[in-house]
Design a protein around this ligand. Structure first.
Ligand SMILES: [Fe+2]
Length: 365
C-alpha cells in the first residue's frame, strides 16, 4: 500500500509570478517573508510588489529571516504578522525563508501563551490553522515549496528539528529560473547537491513507493542533464528552470519518504561548522550509498548518467571544495546527536553509532 498526497499547485516557467496574479493573491493583506537579500537580488521581490500594487493589496515585508531560522525569531515573526493583520504569506527565498514562513504562519494564528508553548509547534497539531501561504523559491535545492516540513534550529539541543503539518503545504509554488540564474556558482552547486540528495535518499529509503521512485529517478535524470553546466558554471535560463523543477521533485519525494542519515549527519556540519546544508550532504552521500543495495545505487547513477560510484565521488569532490579540516573528537560528539535522529530508521540498512562514526571519518578525514 502507498499513499500520494501533494496539494501544492506548481507553476513552472519564466514570468510565472506576474502572469498569474490570481494564484499569488490568496487573501486581502499580505506578509512577505524573505531573507535580507534573497528577495531583492533575485528580482522576485520586485515582481511580487508590482503584482500586489497593481491589485491594490496592502503588504508588509518581513526580511529578518537568517540562515537556519531559530525558533525565537519565528515567534517574533508571528507577532509581527498579527500586528500587520496579515491574512496570507508570500514566501520568497531559499530553504530558510520558506521554512520560516511555515513557522511564522503557525505562530501568527497560535499565540504563544500558557496553552501553547514554543516547542508545541513540533507536535504538528494546532488549535488554529496556519495562515495560507504561497512560495517563490530563489534557490533550487530545498524543495521546501512542496513539502509540509519546516526545519528550525534549536540552540538548546545544538541541532535542528523539523515539524510538519498538512496545512503548511504552500497553496502555490512559482518556479522561475530568472530568480536563480544570478546565484553565485557555489550556491547553485550546493543547492543542486541538496536536491540530488533528496532524490537519492528518497529512492533508497525504506519508505520508498512506486510513486516516489518514479519522481526520484526523473529528478535525477534532469539533474544529470546539467552536471556539466554545474561544474563549468554555464547554467542558462533553461537549466535553471529545469533544476528548480528537479528540486521540487526532490521535495515531493521526501514529503513521502523522508530523508536518511545523510541529512541527520549533515546537520552537525551545518550547526557546528557553518558548512552549507547541501555541501554537508554532498560530503556524506558517497559513504551512505556505498552501503546501499547495488541495484538501487545503479539506478540512481544511471538516471544521473554517471558510470560508477567512484565517478560520482570524483564529481562531488570537484564541485564541493573542502572548507575545513575535521578531527576525531568532534566526529564522536556529533555521532551522539545524529544517531538519535528519527530518519535513522528510514535507512535501508541498520545504522549504529559506530557506523556513523565510520561514515563521518571516511567522508571527512
Ligand atoms: Fe536537504
Amino acid at each position: 500500500m502507498f499513499k500520494f498526497h501533494m496539494p501544492t499547485k506548481v507553476i513552472v516557467g519564466e514570468n510565472c509570478v506576474t502572469t498569474n496574479p490570481q494564484e499569488l493573491i490568496i487573501g486581502t493583506r499580505a506578509l512577505i517573508v524573505t531573507g535580507k537579500s534573497s528577495g531583492k537580488k533575485s528580482g522576485a521581490l520586485d515582481d511580487v510588489i508590482s503584482v500586489l500594487e497593481n491589485e491594490k493589496i496592502p503588504y508588509h515585508v518581513y526580511d529578518k529571516v537568517e540562515n537556519n531560522p531559530e525558533i525565537n525569531d519565528m515567534i517574533k515573526g508571528g507577532i509581527f504578522a498579527r500586528e500587520c493583520q496579515a491574512d496570507f504569506i508570500i514566501s520568497i527565498g531559499g530553504g530558510s525563508p520558506m521554512d520560516a514562513a511555515k513557522a511564522i504562519g503557525v505562530y501568527a494564528t497560535n499565540e504563544v501563551n500558557e496553552g501553547f508553548q514554543p516547542y508545541d509547534i513540533f507536535t504538528g497539531k494546532y488549535k488554529n490553522k496556519p495562515l495560507p501561504m504561497v512560495a517563490i523559491p530563489t534557490t533550487s535545492g530545498t524543495g521546501s515549496e512542496v513539502t509540509p516540513y519546516s526545519i528550525l534550529t534549536l540552540h538548546k539541543e545544538k541541532t535542528k528539528r523539523s515539524f510538519s503539518c498538512v496545512d503548511c503545504f504552500f497553496k502555490t509554488a512559482f518556479l522561475d529560473g530568472r530568480y536563480t540564474i544570478s546565484l553565485p556558482l557555489q550556491v547553485a552547486r550546493n543547492t543542486a547537491v541538496d536536491a540530488m540528495c533528496h532524490l537519492i535518499e528518497g529512492y533508497t529509503n525504506k519508505k520508498a513507493s512506486p510513486s516516489s521512485d518514479y519522481m526520484a529517478l526523473e529528478g535525477l535524470r534532469i539533474i544529470g542533464k546539467h552536471l556539466n553546466a554545474l561544474e563549468n558554471g554555464n547554467l542558462d535560463i533553461n537549466a535553471c528552470t529545469e533544476l528548480l523543477w528537479a528540486s521540487s521533485l526532490g521535495g515531493i519525494v521526501i514529503s513521502q519518504t523522508g530523508t536518511t542519515i545523510v541529512h541527520s549527519m549533515g546537520y552537525a556540519l551545518t550547526y557546528f561548522c557553518d558548512i552549507p546544508h547541501g555541501m554537508a550532504n554532498g560530503y556524506l552521500v558517497y559513504e551512505y550509498l556505498k552501503r546501499v543495495d547495488s541495484v538501487r545505487v545503479s539506478n540512481c547513477l544511471c538516471a544521473l548518467g554517471i558510470k560508477s560510484l567512484e565517478n560520482f565521488k570524483e564529481y562531488l569532490k570537484k564541485i564541493l571544495p573542502r572548507v575545513r579540516n575535521f578531527n576525531e573528537k568532534e566526529i564522536i560528539d556529533w555521532s551522539e546527536i545524529s544517531i538519535k535522529a528519527r530518519n535513522v530508521a528510514s535507512c535501508p540498512y541498520e545504522v549504529t553509532r559506530e557506523m556513523e562514526i565510520e561514515i563521518y571519518k571516511s567522508s571527512l578525514m
